[in-house]
Ligand binder design. Structure first.
Ligand SMILES: Cc1cc2nc3c(=O)[nH]c(=O)nc-3n(C[C@H](O)[C@H](O)[C@H](O)COP(=O)(O)OP(=O)(O)OC[C@H]3O[C@@H](n4cnc5c(N)ncnc54)[C@H](O)[C@@H]3O)c2cc1C
Length: 404
């Protein structure tokens, strides 16, 4: 990997494309640009430890239909966002295998199967019905079942006859393994890395915190929840675009002891507006993830609160399995890039600046489609990113949308 060491870094770099942000989207977009412009000098900027990033803290559920809520498909923006995930899900096995191949490392294992269960039928029932209707509309296979039919579950509170839907084609992956594959694939593809933070932005120029200036005709901002902080430094873009805030999410990574049986597929409640859902995502080799909280603020939150961990554990043991409490664990925290209307900002913002952020809870799964479309639009002048998700759209607050 061609990381510049601080002492070796030139004070000025000229390249063809600079990507600010080294998370899932930044790497996927840089690789997609490289595939379409083999001779272009592509540079990715970001602190290699990725402090506070969403991608390494994600459950990395590769789900689209399991995320559907009543009204998702009736609203043009939400439907466009859903479509990016829906089209990405079946692409994942070949997409990540191709990068692993180029990186010369094994392909991360993808677990298949997602069970969505109505642990509180009054709240969750209509959402389950919306998921089933969306799957039917798109011809996606699913089964109806009861919680007792899912191997490895032993909830403390939810009755065994709670209704559920299984979507065999949706699953999960270990995000750390995916980032490792993309880091290595980027190095193998000759994508250069600058290990720093962008602190100032203007047309065709990005200033890095060590004094380096990167000049590039195309600047792609994929700095996750920090994207608006950087946009604030641009002479014309401050307060002109929907704001991306910090959606702090806390989750728990865990490992099961050999005698504990847990499900081998994703098991989750549907999305709930009160944020009190819970999910379990297997990451292979006895490891799993349970999550997650979401607290939205204008500044990042650095460390998880004990109350957040308690909420996740209680919900997981009440609704999924008491056995989960016997695992060893480590809390994780990341900042979901979150807009007020819940929709991402994807596309061109000025002559030289493009934005890929605001993906909130599904930027991981949607990365293949977002990366390919953004690279295509930038390099070939097509318009494949949805117009409803353009950075300069007018936002509407969540809860006041047409179908809320
Ligand atoms: C708890 C949790 C669970 C989630 N679960 C899922 C899930 O199951 N499925 C799913 O699809 N999505 C999930 N998500 C959402 C998903 O993680 C995000 O949508 C996605 O990872 C966003 O990727 P990104 O590259 O835009 O942002 P990030 O991953 O945040 O990456 C941004 C990068 O930019 C860097 N950066 C920041 N500021 C600067 C700067 N000034 N200069 C240079 N670099 C900078 C950061 O260091 C970081 O590495 C989850 C998120 C969280 C927090």
């Amino acid at each position: 990997m061609s990381l510049h060491r601080q002492s070796e870094r030139p004070s000025s770099i000229a390249c063809d494309i600079v990507v600010v942000g080294d998370g899932m989207l930044g790497l996927a977009i840089a690789l997609a640009c490289r595939d379409r412009a083999a001779d272009a000098r592509v540079v990715v900027v970001g602190p290699p430890s990725r402090p506070g990033a969403a991608s390494p803290a994600a459950a990395a559920m590769l789900t689209a239909f399991a995320e559907v809520e009543p009204g998702t498909l009736r609203h043009a923006g939400r439907r466009a966002k859903f479509d990016l995930a829906r089209r990405s899900v079946p692409r994942w096995p070949a997409w990540i295998a191709a990068f692993a191949d180029r990186a010369g490392v094994p392909t991360p294992a993808l677990t298949s199967g997602t069970v969505v269960t109505a642990t509180d039928p009054a709240i969750d029932g209509p959402v389950l019905a919306a998921i089933a209707a969306a799957a039917e509309e798109h011809g996606v296979p699913f089964d109806s079942l009861e919680l007792r039919d899912v191997p490895g579950l032993r909830p403390r509170r939810t009755p065994p006859e709670a209704p559920a839907i299984r979507i065999p084609g949706e699953g999960a992956v270990d995000p750390i393994q995916v980032l490792d594959v993309l880091d290595r694939a980027a190095a193998a593809a000759g994508i250069e890395r600058v290990a720093g933070r962008a602190i100032d932005l203007d047309e065709q120029v990005v200033a890095i915190d060590d004094g380096t200036r990167i000049r590039s005709p195309q600047v792609i901002l994929a700095a996750g929840a920090a994207t608006s902080t950087l946009l604030d430094t641009h002479p014309r873009l401050r307060d002109r675009l929907p704001r991306i805030r910090f959606g702090t999410g806390v989750g728990i990574r865990a490992t099961t002891p050999p005698d504990v049986v847990v499900p081998n597929e994703v098991v989750r409640t549907p999305n709930r507006r009160d944020g009190h859902g819970v999910y379990f995502a297997p990451h292979g080799h006895g490891r799993f993830y349970i999550g997650a909280t979401c607290e939205i603020s204008d500044e990042p939150v650095e460390t998880p609160r004990i109350a957040a961990l308690r909420r996740i554990l209680d919900a997981a043991m009440d609704d999924l399995s008491q056995e989960l409490g016997r695992a060893t664990c480590q809390p994780v925290l990341g900042h979901r890039p979150t807009t007020d209307d819940g929709l991402p900002l994807l596309g061109r913002a000025t002559d030289s600046i493009w934005i890929a952020s605001g993906t909130h809870r599904d930027g991981f799964v949607s990365a293949p489609e977002i990366a390919d479309r953004l690279a295509s639009d930038l390099l070939t002048g097509t318009t494949t990113l949805p117009v409803e998700l353009r950075p300069d759209r007018m936002p509407f607050p969540i809860g006041r949308g047409p179908d809320a």
